[in-house]
Design a protein around this ligand. Structure first.
Ligand SMILES: C[S@@+](CC[C@H](N)C(=O)[O-])C[C@H]1O[C@@H](n2cnc3c(N)ncnc32)[C@H](O)[C@@H]1O
Length: 268
């Protein structure tokens, strides 16, 4: 059954309770905010210690400073503004804290590094077409001592999805996948998930039009004339349901006019 409504997206959970305590949060008082470059980051990464969730911002800063390139760091800062802390915390609560997770279209790995740091019982594999991004993600995982995050270059549409997955997520990937390849990809993900396994999709909705156009303008800056297909949410929900997922979907409200939409899908 689809429950679809606009909510303050931190209000709703479908996949169990949010854990009270975070396992690994960087200590904000250690001065890593000003860290740049690998040496400082590696040393600080040894200091990931158990603290409360208020240190999530410091965790994000630590991830950003783990990249060498100022361009990548700037891109990551922007991504962490677009998918801000509230979004991250909502996503984090749906990803099982233990087990195998795949991040399709992982980019530079910033979100997988974040989710790998909040629960060390997750074994996250990031997959991305872009080899340079995958290499940057691998290096950052090493620098941050996140041995539970690994990366591989590949195309999501023909990637051999391993069986027995607890969770798969795709953040702003689906609109880059050729339309005709989406159903087969979702089917393979469904088959690979364990019963009750979770699929999270964060993508761009087609309504309201002004938000879609704003998001499209930014996407065009990033990918030029490459094909982009935003799925109307009802169409995507129906496809997911036809494959056997139970779907809960809501708009993700932001101060910026992005047409964010989250789909939380459980294998039934
Ligand atoms: C908008 S970026 C999002 C990156 C990351 N998920 C994030 O939220 O920051 C889309 C990413 O998907 C990757 N990508 C596009 N098509 C892909 C495909 N068919 N298989 C795997 N990755 C793909 C791109 O290389 C890019 O890194």
């Amino acid at each position: 059954m689809v429950k679809e409504k606009e909510i303050n997206h931190t209000d709703q959970m479908v996949a169990g309770a949010r854990p009270d305590a975070r396992e690994f949060v960087v200590d904000a008082s250690r001065g890593e905010h000003s860290a740049t470059g690998s040496a400082r980051t590696e040393r600080d990464a040894q200091n990931w210690i158990g603290l409360d969730r208020d240190s999530s911002r410091a965790r994000i800063r630590l991830i950003i400073t783990s990249y060498d390139s100022i361009i990548v760091r700037t891109y990551c800062r922007i991504r962490f503004v677009i998918l801000n802390l509230r979004f991250l915390e909502e996503l984090d609560q749906y990803i099982p804290r233990h087990g195998a997770v795949v991040d399709f279209g992982c980019g530079f790995g910033l979100f997988s590094l974040y989710f790998a740091s909040t629960a060390r019982g997750r074994r996250i594999t990031g997959v991305d077409l872009n080899e340079a991004r995958v290499k940057a993600a691998q290096l950052s995982a090493k620098r941050l001592s996140l041995s539970n995050a690994s990366y591989t270059a590949g195309n999501a549409t023909d990637y051999l999805v391993p069986n027995g997955l607890n969770c798969v997520y795709m953040l702003d990937l689906l609109h880059h996948i050729p339309q005709e390849s989406v159903a087969p990809l979702l089917q393979r993900i469904y088959d690979a998930l364990l019963p009750d396994g979770i699929l999270l999709i964060k993508d761009v909705d087609t309504v309201p039009a002004y938000k879609r156009l704003f998001t499209l303008a930014l996407d065009r800056v990033m990918v030029g004339l490459e094909p982009i297909h935003y799925w109307p949410s009802r169409e995507l929900i129906s496809l997911l349901e036809s494959l056997g997922f139970e779907v809960y979907s809501h708009e993700m409200r932001d101060i910026l006019p992005y047409a964010h939409r989250l789909y939380i899908c459980r294998k039934r």
